[in-house]
Structures are given as structure tokens and as C-alpha cells.
Design a protein around this ligand. Structure first.
Ligand SMILES: [Zn+2]
Ligand SMILES: [Zn+2]
Length: 354
């Protein structure tokens, strides 16, 4: 083979490689799913790909986020979180990924960031992890609090609605529907009352700081939070674009949040459920904007029936969905995840909230 032939073949090969490369589809931007709508956590997009040993300006804000939701202990007194991706942060990321049902990569992959930026419930995820043989399930609050057996008729009152633009009659309808979804599966009745004194559960809309140490953060970010039994407080961020009637998926607003979807979730907390790792469950911590999610799935039903038993009229959830992940044997096989000392320190703070 002559030198010119070799050269020619090399050129041909390069042309083929070049054609192959140009024929490839464009690489999609995985974070394009995160719209550039202002929200308290949007800057997390800047940490895409960040991994162990790196320093990224502002990473401390993500540590604060993980601290808020129970994954990372507070920094020692008189110090702040650093911007370094250290081993403690990696452990927190892995724990977050496990709790949110994500791939446990241990670094800030795009799916993890996309999930972190999503609007969500303000109740921390790590309270008292409940797992069955490594399968992810519903959880309960620390100590498994629930309404006593003598209490099967709960009264709720709308006590702070002036910060909402939705009329009270519409709000009443939305919350009645949300409560009825839980009443259908457990032997518990929910009735609205106008008497705050009689109410077991109180519901209100608030802006920013509102007296319980858990300030709301404006549009998106944290949407709402509720307290475990038998506290009964259920607070919603008044600055959200709440949709109480009509189809949220058809809303003209990019930041529309379906009120009933959030109400069904928060009522789960009022009954004693923590967050689930099952993405389709009502008790999963995040909710996508302009999305309606109001149907209890098997994981939610198993969790709440394990606390209160079944409504005799309940005929089951269809389709079966995550039935394969159920622990039908009750709590006997449930392994309680033990919290490390660091997380336990966080809980000293959280105990105040619950
Ligand atoms: Zn929640
Ligand atoms: Zn509150």
C-alpha cells in the first residue's frame, strides 16, 4: 500500500467519522425541564454535575436546603455551611436520592437537581424512616403519633382565609373533597365547623413568617406544611397561585398549583403519615406545577390503614399500582431506620415543630 493510498484511506475514515458525528441527534439539555421561573431554589441549577471534592460558590445554600428537610445536621454554633462538597454532604445527597426514589449516584446529577428545584411540602422527609426489607414505603412521624381510638370524628375549621383570593365557599368544597378521599379508606369522619374552639384541625393561608418558626418563602419553593397528630394545624403559603376550581393543567399561569392536590397531601400529615419514597404516592414530597394529583395509591392506603384500620366500605385501590411493595403483614416486619447522631441533632429542632 502506497503512502498516498494510506493518506486517502485516512481521509475517507475521517469523513465517515465526521458524518457519523454530525448525524447524531443533538444532546438534550436535561435541565431544560426546570423552567427559568423564579423560585427559591432555582440557583441549584448552577451546581449541575458537582461531585465529591469540588468547591462551588453558593453550595452552602443547598446544604441549608438539605438541613431544612432533615438530611444534614446544622453547622456547629457560630459557624456557617461551607461551599465544599465534603463526605458529609455526599452522605446527605445519597440519603436524599434514596428518599426521593432517585438513582443513588452520590453527586448532583441533573435528575437530582430537577427534583430539588421542584416545589414541595415544607415538612422534612427524614422524621422516622420506615422501610420493609430495603423496599421503599410510606413513613410516619417520630413516635408514630396518631389520633386516639376514641377520636373517629374530626372537625376542621378554615380559620385564616383573608390572605387568599379564593372565596370561602369554594375553599370549603375543595377541603371537603380532599378529606373525603381519606375518609373513604379509614374509619374516620371529617366535618367542617365554624367554631375554632371545637375544631381538631385548623386550616389557614399565611405569608412569610407566621409564628411557628417555619416561614413561607413566596411563590413556589415550599407550598404548605401540616403538623402531626394531634396538633391539627395545616398552613398554606398564601403567595402561591392556588387553583381551587377548573383544570389546573389548562391554567394560564406557569406557577399554578392545584389546591386540592396539596390539601390531600397535607391531610396525610394531619393523620400521621410522613413522606413516601414512592413517586406516584400522594405522600411523595414534591408536586409539579400545573399538575393534579389527588388519588390515593396503595402505598398511601397501606400507610394510613396501618394506623387506623380500614373503612368497612373500602373496596381497594385500582389499579394495584405499587401493591407489590406493600407490607401486608403490618408493622411486625417493618424495620425502623435508626437515625445517626447528626440527624438526631436536627430532630431536636424539628421536635419543636411537631
Ligand atoms: Zn408533606
Ligand atoms: Zn406554619
Amino acid at each position: 500500500m502506497t503512502t498516498s493510498n494510506i493518506l486517502l484511506q485516512c481521509l475517507l475514515l475521517m469523513a465517515v467519522v465526521s458524518l457519523t458525528v454530525t448525524a447524531l441527534p443533538p444532546i438534550p439539555d436535561p435541565l431544560s425541564k426546570v423552567p427559568n421561573i423564579p423560585n427559591p431554589w432555582l440557583t441549584f441549577k448552577n451546581f449541575s454535575g458537582c461531585h465529591m471534592g469540588e468547591n462551588r460558590t453558593g453550595l452552602a445554600s443547598m446544604k441549608k436546603y438539605l438541613n431544612d428537610f432533615g438530611y444534614l445536621p446544622s453547622p456547629l454554633s457560630n459557624s456557617n455551611f461551607s461551599d465544599s462538597f465534603d463526605s458529609e454532604f455526599q452522605d446527605a445527597i445519597l440519603s436524599y436520592q434514596r428518599h426521593l426514589g432517585l438513582n443513588t449516584t452520590g453527586y448532583l446529577d441533573d435528575k437530582t437537581i430537577e427534583t430539588m428545584v421542584s416545589p414541595r411540602c415544607g415538612v422534612p422527609d427524614i422524621i422516622n424512616g420506615t422501610y420493609t426489607h430495603g423496599r421503599h414505603l410510606y413513613t410516619y412521624f417520630q413516635g408514630n403519633p396518631k389520633w386516639p381510638t376514641s377520636t373517629r370524628d374530626l372537625k376542621y375549621a378554615l380559620i385564616a382565609t383573608s390572605a387568599s383570593t379564593i372565596d370561602v365557599a369554594t375553599l370549603s368544597d375543595v377541603f371537603a373533597r380532599a378529606f373525603s378521599r381519606w375518609a373513604a379508606v379509614i374509619p374516620m369522619n371529617f366535618t367542617e365547623t365554624t367554631s375554632t374552639v371545637d375544631a381538631d384541625i385548623t386550616i389557614g393561608f399565611y405569608n412569610g413568617s407566621h409564628g411557628d418558626g417555619e416561614a413561607f418563602d413566596g411563590p413556589l419553593g415550599t407550598l404548605a406544611h401540616a403538623f402531626s397528630p394531634t396538633d391539627g394545624r395545616f398552613h398554606l403559603d398564601a403567595s402561591e397561585t392556588w387553583i381551587a376550581s377548573g383544570d389546573v393543567t389548562e391554567s394560564s399561569s406557569d406557577v399554578a398549583v392545584d389546591l386540592e392536590s396539596v390539601a390531600v397531601h397535607e391531610i396525610g400529615h394531619l393523620l400521621g403519615l410522613g413522606h413516601s419514597t414512592v413517586e406516584g404516592a400522594i405522600m411523595y414530597p414534591t408536586l409539579t406545577v400545573r399538575t393534579r394529583k389527588v388519588e390515593l395509591v396503595q402505598d398511601d392506603v397501606s400507610g394510613v390503614q396501618n394506623l387506623y384500620g380500614s373503612n368497612p366500605d373500602f373496596k381497594g385501590v385500582a389499579p394495584a399500582g405499587v401493591a407489590g411493595e406493600m407490607d401486608s403483614s403490618g408493622s411486625g416486619e417493618i424495620i425502623r431506620a435508626r437515625m445517626g447522631l447528626g440527624v438526631a441533632v436536627t430532630f431536636l429542632v424539628l421536635t419543636f415543630l411537631y
